[in-house]
Design a protein around this ligand. Structure first.
Ligand SMILES: Cc1cc2nc3c(=O)[nH]c(=O)nc-3n(C[C@H](O)[C@H](O)[C@H](O)COP(=O)(O)OP(=O)(O)OC[C@H]3O[C@@H](n4cnc5c(N)ncnc54)[C@H](O)[C@@H]3O)c2cc1C
Length: 702
């Protein structure tokens, strides 16, 4: 029997050298830890100084790292050779339980105010990825937006102190993007001074809200307000879901979980059915619209504008969140690329050792161009944070002039950042080969959770978001005077016959790149506008119909405008680095911004490169020169690649960790103690399978 196995090339586990030490080397090459140390020592600067720039200040970095350390300690995540609980039992129940465990530890750490957990990480996120995160991510921001001073004063401390658990209930089985189509009703009963809430048909079932199934005690419910048979449209209501003593659902409320999703499984997205649930009139969140005791409805004139301003915060948070998630995925892929050896193609004397995969040119190109994107995404996020933070005060003073611009930027940046992060994280997963496909690599959860922000998606599907940017651009071009951010279109469009004069190393200059970006945007946007106007005039279409007809051209224009903003924001961030920033850090960041610009225009892998080429501004020779610069930049950045990825498990001891975790998987532990048999599988299926097949074939039991 043993000799037969050897003949087939199979070995028993104990024969495979399963206790190989991390220091052991293969073919005389370096160990994984040594490779990692060598790569780290090759950096031209201290990565902790770069981390200060990424996090905004020394103080912020210190707070963040300390908060993470405390929570990891509470959760028992400090031993990185121990299989994380999340990768153990993967049943629906266990996944939700682990989400609750992480959420409780994070919430009780007392750091939610710093946004450490909601904006920068997925695992402990007090955002959309654990069931207690929805309180801070959606419930309290929305409460502050739509509640009166008195209502906020009552509910906010309860939520902030964790005395109630919040959620946000908008989406229904039948309506997502089109919020105005929501069917849940809240009908005013004058007799009792209450609203009666109903989901009158199956399609009105509230479906998707995070935490609603088995965690939230309260929710902000969006429902259609009916008074005396008149429909006043969608309004927000505070609704208690659970009895706080025994956690049973209140009368008339059916709650449940919607099961496993592609990601965000710890969040507990659920469903809710309401049958004649009575809530007091005072639970209508009345900052912008109110109902009097006798049923008189009043709303303030700028209700929609004010609501819009506040609701944009979710998008703002998401841009930063996915930028950091992309950085995390790339950090995993970079570290793996440094320690993974594969193939003898590039082997050199004297020992002809296998090459580390970072030496493959396509790996370098993919990693560094994506790292450049993650940096500019963080720069753009920093920039939009400044614009957005000024909005509430302006709006409170009755000034809504920056609302449309801020809204457009947040829509476009959300669409750009989530799409870039989703594509980039998926690329990072592929760069780790089969090991990247394993759940324990951490990459599938990053890929799928970023995908949720891009495709399905909360905070609006991306093509809908691009549509909103297009709408802003078309309106801007229709206006007699262009809005300030579109003035560049006029300058460029006035001279569309000129060509770019830059050569070679000039293309690294971010202002040269900005010139190319602006010229491309001017061409795409003005051409799309011409198409829309022609469809209106020539074909008699409405503006909506004309925009729908030319949506692909409009999206290219919208993307071009947002990429102009991203490059401008990055240039500004470089210019505003603290004066004492190391020259080597400045040089690296400048190279990354150039690499972003150059690769967007001319990388053979760039899906949008064609939009730069259609008007002859750049020649084929210039594109080749740009590609040459890309290759040079990549070579200059390579020694710093580890230092640039200044986040996250550093030692490079990958194989030992993979095997350690794999052996600890719940399916493997009992099997190991049972002679390598997965008992249920053997007894229920494999044994009958083999027996029945043998009986069929040979007509008797062996
Ligand atoms: C992980 C996750 C968490 C969520 N959490 C919550 C939550 O806490 N609370 C909550 O209430 N909801 C939540 N949702 C629901 C989310 O808000 C909706 O999924 C989202 O609004 C999209 O709606 P939909 O799924 O109905 O897609 P649809 O609106 O049906 O979109 C389907 C397709 O139609 C296109 N489309 C739709 N309308 C237009 C249009 N006007 N113009 C052009 N194209 C259009 C879209 O681009 C898309 O391609 C969550 C969803 C996910 C995935």
């Amino acid at each position: 029997m043993v000799s037969q196995q050897r003949h087939l090339g199979l070995q028993r586990p104990e024969e495979q050298g399963s206790t190989q030490s991390a220091k052991e080397t293969q073919n005389g090459s370096l160990s994984q830890i040594e490779r990692m140390t060598q790569a780290r020592n090759g950096a031209s600067f201290d990565p902790s100084k770069l981390a200060v720039i990424i996090y905004g200040s020394k103080e912020e970095l210190k707070t963040t790292l300390a908060a993470f350390a405390r929570v990891e300690n509470t959760l028992g995540h400090t031993d990185t050779f121990k299989l994380p609980v999340a990768y153990g039992d993967q049943t629906r129940q266990a996944t939700l339980l682990e989400g609750l465990r992480c959420g409780k530890a994070t919430f009780q750490d007392g750091e939610p105010d710093t946004n450490v957990f909601s904006e920068r990480t997925h695992l402990f996120s007090l955002g959309n990825s654990n069931p207690l995160g929805l309180t801070n991510f959606l419930f309290t921001p929305y409460l502050k937006l739509v509640g009166t001073e008195e209502q906020v004063k009552y509910w906010l401390p309860l939520a902030e102190e964790g005395k109630i658990i919040g959620s946000y209930t908008q989406t229904e089985l039948g309506h997502g993007t089109f919020v105005a189509g929501i069917e849940t009703t809240a009908t005013f009963d004058k007799e009792t001074d209450e609203f009666v809430v109903n989901t009158p048909r199956e399609s009105a079932t509230k479906y998707w809200p995070g935490a609603i199934g088995f965690t939230a005690t309260h929710t902000i419910l969006l429902a259609r307000m009916i008074i005396d048979g008149q429909d006043h449209g969608i309004h927000p209501f505070m609704m208690q879901l659970k009895n706080l003593k025994d956690f049973k659902s209140l009368e008339g409320i059916e709650l449940g979980d919607i099961g496993m999703k592609m990601s965000y499984n710890a969040a507990g997205n659920g469903y809710a059915v309401f049958k004649s649930v009575r809530i007091p009139r005072s639970n209508l969140l009345m900052k912008h619209a109110s109902v009097s005791r006798d049923g008189k409805y009043t709303s303030i004139p700028l209700r929609q504008k004010l609501l819009y301003g506040g609701m944009m915060n979710g998008r703002r948070v998401m841009i930063g969140h996915v930028a950091f998630q992309l950085a995390q995925a790339l950090t995993i892929a970079t570290r793996y690329s440094i320690v993974r050896t594969q193939g003898l193609k590039l082997a050199k004397p004297p020992n002809f050792a296998e090459t580390t995969i970072i030496n493959y040119a396509h790996q370098q190109h993919r990693l560094l161009t994506l790292i450049a994107k993650s940096y500019v995404a963080i720069f753009a996020w920093t920039s939009i944070n400044i614009t957005y933070s000024a909005l509430p005060a302006l709006q409170a003073a009755g000034n809504h002039t920056t609302l449309a611009y801020t809204h457009m930027l947040l829509c476009g940046l959300k669409a750009w950042a989530t799409q870039t992060a989703a594509d980039g994280a998926e690329e990072a997963r592929k760069m780790c080969g089969g090991h990247g496909y394993m759940l324990i690599s951490g990459l599938p959860e990053i890929v799928n959770s970023v995908l949720a922000t891009r495709n399905l998606t909360f905070e609006g599907e991306n093509y809908v978001r691009w549509g909103q940017v297009s709408h802003y651009l078309m309106k801007g071009l229709d206006a007699e005077t262009l809005p300030a951010d579109l003035v560049y279109l006029e300058t460029y469009y006035a001279d569309m016959t000129s060509s770019c004069k830059s050569v070679g190393i000039d293309f690294r200059d971010s202002h040269v790149l900005l010139d190319v970006f602006r010229r491309r945007a001017a061409k795409c946007i003005v051409e799309a506008h011409d198409l829309v106007c022609a469809a209106e005039k020539g074909n008699g279409l409405s503006r909506e119909q004309a925009q729908n007809k030319h949506a692909p051209s409009l999206i290219v224009g919208a993307r071009a405008h947002i990429e102009v903003y991203i490059l401008e924001a990055s240039i500004k961030q470089l210019a505003s680095l603290p004066v004492d920033t190391d020259m080597s850090i400045k040089a690296v960041l400048t190279r990354l911004v150039s690499l972003f610009g150059l690769s967007t225009i001319s990388s053979p892998f760039s899906p949008f490169a064609a939009s730069f080429l259609s008007d002859g501004y750049l020649s084929a020779a210039q594109i080749l020169e740009m590609r040459d610069q890309i290759e040079q930049l990549i070579q200059e950045l390579l020694p710093d690649i580890l230092a640039i990825c200044a986040l996250g498990c550093k030692d490079g001891d990958v194989y030992r960790r993979i095997m350690g975790w794999t052996r600890q998987l719940p399916i493997n532990v009992p099997a190991k103690n049972n002679g390598g048999v997965f008992k249920a599988g053997w007894e229920q299926y494999i044994a009958p399978f083999l027996r029945e097949n043998r009986e069929r074939r040979f007509g008797s039991r062996l």
